[in-house]
Design a protein around this ligand. Structure first.
Ligand code: COA
Length: 461
């Protein structure tokens, strides 16, 4: 880790200390023992409280404000690790050795290069597409490339670099190869699960971890009438993401903050997008379709779309002195305040504990962020002082992430795709884990409709 970023590490360690002090009185976690099926549990609407599976990937304790990835505390990981180490940890169940990390980084560098996929992507009308919809399309195109023996194209090759002039881009977009079973990450015959299939499944996960970042960066450029640029093999995942979006190599500080933001979003229990990805995988569809489902679920304003909404809301409020009036009106209208509340956390979200100080730190150097930060702080005080006391509603991860991204020069419409860049590690890790002992998801609904309605011919209705 660079010396220039030690103050960022200190901010994280300070946040960790505050978190430990404030939640040490809470009871130890429950439900961390192997399950004995069938399980009796109390289920609320929206499957609240339902237990869907066992996992070792990650753990959230909403009362203590804990977030754990494969046994490691989020504060430790943010203070000391990179996104590469953390995504490796999620996918492999352990932190990598130096050699394993070097191999993994080489794999990601290879898969970050997606010339054919990105060339195909450029033929779609980006200006009229939502970035999340373009991202979902991009992962479909990655699937197409992967299944059509196109893998060679994914290797770094300066000859076919995508930063070439548009006119030189060949138009050979039709796939020619034979479909590979590589995407059958799921052993279709559980009795015949081959080691190579396991390896292939991991390979598809790495392809997606690297590729979602590359596609997101390309979407950002294409939306701004710029051609995508190829990744720099010497840069890590976070730095490459910023570089491929902006065309500028980030400072060590910017890279570190991006790394921390990616680590913080990598996994989060059975959230809606993870569950969506797992439901699709449980039908034995492949990783690409599963990740596509995750992207769709993440796009909604109640999930990944909230950070973009937070920035809009802060702008709408305008200034810190307008917070009390705005908040009173919002309460009267029973309006949900974006960036607050969580299905699981009934304590301060540990991710917001880290992102809050990072946003404040970055805002010192970003004049346009300062009024937004002051408004955010005033709103936080107002909400925590009222809804925090009454309903245990605190800032969540999205409240400060938008401000952090704003300070890094990322446009708001890219906030949710960046969430996906990170969460793809959690989606793929959990899908991979679940399908090892797969059972198709099939909850029930309570039917409250009629039983004996008569069919009326259309001419009589
Ligand atoms: N602002 C105001 N009130 C909120 C609130 C918010 N952001 N979040 C929850 N509440 C209130 C609800 O109105 C409800 O009050 P009631 O019991 O008087 O009816 C109570 O808290 C429980 O909320 P509920 O909607 O049942 O919680 P949930 O677990 O279903 O929803 C969220 C969780 C995250 C969807 C919800 O908190 C929300 O919409 N937050 C804003 C969007 C957001 O930031 N999403 C990102 C999540 S990481």
């Amino acid at each position: 880790m660079h010396n220039e970023t030690q103050h960022i590490t200190k901010l994280i360690l300070d946040a960790a200390n505050r978190a430990r002090e404030e939640t040490s009185d809470e009871k130890e976690p429950q439900l961390t023992q192997p399950a004995e099926w069938p399980i009796e549990c109390k289920i609320g609407q929206g499957l609240e409280g339902a237990i869907a599976c066992e996992t070792k990937i990650g753990y959230v304790n909403g009362k203590k404000g804990w977030l754990i990835y494969q046994g490691h505390d989020i504060f430790d990981l943010c203070a000391h690790a990179t996104y590469e180490e953390v995504s490796y940890l999620l996918l492999h169940g352990k932190l990598p050795t130096t050699g394993e990390l070097a191999d993994y980084k080489r794999t990601l560098a290879r898969y970050r290069m997606l010339p054919k996929t990105i060339r195909r992507l450029t033929s779609y009308p980006f200006e009229s597409m939502l970035p999340m919809s373009a991202l979902r399309l991009g992962t479909n195109l990655m699937r197409q490339a992967w299944t059509s023996l196109d893998k060679e194209d994914a290797r770094p090759d300066t000859e076919t670099a995508i930063s070439t002039d548009e006119d030189t881009v060949p138009s050979d977009v039709e796939s020619t190869g034979t479909a590979l079973p590589l995407v059958s990450d799921v052993p279709r015959d559980p009795k015949n699960s081959l080691r190579s299939e396991q390896g292939a499944s991991l390979d598809a996960c790495c392809h997606l971890v690297a590729g979602v970042g590359a596609i997101t960066a390309s979407i950002s450029r294409l939306r701004n009438d710029r051609l995508p640029i190829e990744p720099d093999p010497d840069l890590g995942h976070a730095a490459n993401l910023l570089y491929m979006m902006t065309g500028r190599r980030p400072s060590p500080e910017e890279e570190r903050v991006m790394d921390v933001a990616l680590i913080l979003h990598a996994d989060h229990g059975m959230n809606a997008s993870t569950f969506a990805a797992m439901v699709v995988a449980s039908t034995l569809a492949d990783f690409y379709f599963s990740v596509g489902a995750g992207i769709g679920a993440l796009s909604g304003p109640l999930h990944g779309g909230a950070n973009e909404e937070v920035l809009k809301m802060l702008k709408e409020i305008g200034s810190e002195d307008r917070v009390p009036d705005w908040f009173a009106k919002a309460r009267a209208q029973k309006r949900k305040i974006m960036g607050f509340g969580h299905r699981v956390y009934k304590a301060y979200d540990p991710r917001a504990r880290i992102l809050g100080p990072l946003a404040a730190y970055l805002a010192e150097k970003t004049p346009s962020a300062q009024p937004l930060l002051r408004t955010a702080k005033a709103l936080e005080n107002q909400v925590v002082g009222t809804l925090g006391e009454e309903k245990k509603i605190f800032p969540n991860v999205d409240f400060y992430s938008g401000l952090v991204y704003h300070c890094l020069g990322i446009p708001p419409e890219m906030f949710t795709p960046i969430f996906a860049v990170s969460r793809v590690a959690g989606w793929t890790a959990r899908v991979r884990e679940y399908v090892q002992s797969n059972r198709i998801f099939r909850p029930r609904a309570v039917y409250t409709g009629d039983f004996h309605k008569k069919y009326v011919p259309i001419s009589d209705r």
